[in-house]
Design a binder for this molecule. Structure first.
Ligand code: FES
Length: 116
């Protein structure tokens, strides 16, 4: 049986050092768009780049602690889980990340429908 990591395609995204803290970076891969963030702690998170409300570009949102605020109507999304915070509802897809030799990779599931 394959591990979760083996069931992904790891796509080279960007140099870890080139990522600004609390600033989203848009990564595109085969029609998917991901918002990649390096949080103040140095931890990486990657989420679907479109807000579930009206498709605001989340990589352009303001990051505060572990949340990003959608630049269009200010919905608050928890970066590690992808959950929209109350009083709003909804979620965005999250993606795995890893750093290898200073390069950030994003994991895209193989052969599965993306869902949040
Ligand atoms: S499009 Fe994101 S809150 Fe409306």
């Amino acid at each position: 049986m394959k591990t979760r990591e083996e069931q992904m395609i790891w796509v080279e995204a960007v140099s870890y050092e080139d990522l600004a803290v609390n600033t989203g970076k848009t990564i595109r891969y085969q029609g998917e768009e991901v918002a990649l963030f390096k949080m103040k702690s140095g931890k990486l998170t990657a989420i679907q780049n479109r807000c579930p409300h009206k498709e605001g570009v989340l990589a352009e949102g303001i990051v505060c602690d572990e949340h990003v605020f959608c630049p269009m109507h200010d919905r608050k999304i928890h970066l590690p889980s992808g959950l929209v915070q109350a009083p709003d509802t909804g979620c965005v897809q999250t993606y795995s990340t890893k750093v290898h030799e200073g390069t950030v990779f994003i994991g895209f599931p193989v052969g599965k429908e993306l869902a949040c």
